[in-house]
Design a protein around this ligand. Structure first.
Ligand SMILES: Cc1cc2nc3c(=O)[nH]c(=O)nc-3n(C[C@H](O)[C@H](O)[C@H](O)COP(=O)(O)OP(=O)(O)OC[C@H]3O[C@@H](n4cnc5c(N)ncnc54)[C@H](O)[C@@H]3O)c2cc1C
Length: 401
């Protein structure tokens, strides 16, 4: 986006891409469908930008979600708005978004060089004057320039090319970096959840506890993974969880597996199910009527109830303990999954060193920043790509105040 906008204003633009093709990450976004923005109103949109929203506002106002939609439709990518105001290409292919965007930038006059990794930003008297680039085969070249837009992404999914180079490049030119950590990342549980692996729960309420305090709650989908728990509700709570774990706090996820039923209604439902079953039926059969079978067994185990036990012998205390598990199923969180599994990177180039109206560095003239390399990040739902598009568009204007 930045390269295309800069080229469209008549600048001679070289886009250095270290991988064999640009936009590898975009091609895998939204499970290969690319949720490229979100149509919520400006205020609602900015509320989803959890860090750096004030800094981001001018870039968003200059090129917002509606302009992004118009832009992609104009360059030949028809779009569809789905549940939660999320916008996807109608074709369902993230690949189409990436290819059309690259073609457009080239049509504006940007020259794209792949296998071209920027190693150093060279400055003199507080002004950028060239970059050092390593090409395929290890050949190094210094390229003179009047301006550089650093849009190297974060440190998550490094196999896509964004392995954190931008932080080093910015740091070496005197910029402070807010410590980076994985965000929108699955969490690991202190209990053995292998028996639940592959289970996908919809319509559950998850509450996040840090030490003795409930700090967030989310409603939606959750997945039990090979090594931890993921899915939208967990990802949305992961930023707070990661920070709390780093600071040494106790983190617990509490799941309401039956949020539509109050404790009383759940009790009545269980009594109805029990009445319809023979007294000798094993408790696991009853549990299986309310939950997927693996989770049913797990919940009974957590309530300390033998699943083979006959319904007739289930005591009131055991019933109450089980209902408690259904309404407040607690999972101690022991760790978070690494950058290789995180959707975005929290932290990055500190925004107080960057002019929000131009995205030019306040330290180095001619150096601009765009995208995830900045200390801005948002929830899932198309917000992070919009951050990249808005900041890329503004930085591409190469305004000098
Ligand atoms: C699995 C996954 C799914 C996602 N799904 C969504 C989604 O559906 N919606 C959404 O809004 N967000 C999504 N995101 C987040 C979104 O993809 C990123 O926030 C966004 O791509 C950031 O854009 P960027 O241009 O700043 O960085 P990137 O897209 O990471 O691009 C940075 C580019 O710079 C190149 N580069 C890095 N260092 C150098 C160097 N030294 N020299 C030359 N080139 C270099 C990289 O190769 C890369 O091509 C997803 C992320 C992941 C990992």
């Amino acid at each position: 986006m930045a390269a295309g906008v800069a080229a469209s204003t008549g600048k001679k633009v070289l886009l250095c891409e270290r991988m064999e093709k640009p936009q590898r990450k975009v091609r895998i976004t939204g499970k290969g469908r690319c949720n490229l923005t979100n149509m919520r109103t400006g205020t609602e949109f900015l509320a989803k930008v959890r860090v750096g929203a004030d800094f981001f506002r001018p870039a968003f106002q200059a090129f917002d979600n509606r302009q992004t939609v118009r832009f992609f439709e104009q360059i030949g990518v028809p779009l569809t708005v789905e549940r939660g105001e999320r916008v996807f290409p109608t074709s369902g292919r993230a690949w189409d978004v990436a290819e059309a965007h690259i073609r457009w930038a080239q049509q504006q006059g940007a020259c794209i060089e792949c296998h071209s990794r920027v190693l150093e930003l060279l400055t003199r008297s507080g002004h950028i004057h060239s970059i050092l680039v390593e090409q395929q085969g290890g050949h190094r070249e210094e390229i003179a320039c009047q301006a550089v837009i650093l849009a190297t992404g974060g440190a998550s999914y490094p196999a896509t090319g964004s392995s954190g180079d931008g932080y080093r490049l910015a740091h070496r030119t005197g910029h402070a970096i807010e410590p980076i950590r994985p965000s929108l990342t699955p969490l690991e549980c202190g209990e053995d959840l292998r028996s639940l692996c592959g289970l996908h729960l919809r319509n559950i309420e998850a509450r996040l506890w840090i030490d003795q305090q409930k700090v967030a709650s989310e409603f939606g989908e959750l997945e039990f993974l090979g090594e931890g728990i993921g899915g939208p509700v967990v990802l949305r709570m992961s930023r707070q969880s990661v920070d709390a774990l780093i600071d040494g706090h106790r983190v617990t996820l509490e799941l309401d597996l039956k949020p539509a039923l109050s404790v009383e209604k759940l009790q009545a439902r269980i009594e109805r199910e029990m009445a319809a079953l023979a007294p000798s039926t094993a408790v696991r059969v009853l549990a299986g009527k309310l939950l997927p079978s693996t989770l049913a067994l797990f919940s009974l185990e957590k309530a300390d109830i033998d699943p083979r036990k006959a319904l007739a012998t289930l005591s009131d205390r055991e019933q109450r303990a089980w209902i408690h598990q259904l309404k407040a199923f607690r999972l101690p969180i022991s760790d978070y999954r690494p950058f290789s599994e995180a959707i975005v990177t929290a932290g990055g180039i500190r925004t107080d060193q960057v002019d929000p109206q131009t995205l030019q560095s306040k330290r180095i003239r001619g150096l601009y920043f765009a995208g995830e390399v900045l200390d801005i990040d948002a929830d899932t739902g198309g917000y992070n790509l919009q951050i990249a598009y808005s900041t890329g568009h503004l930085a591409g204007e190469l305004k000098d105040r």
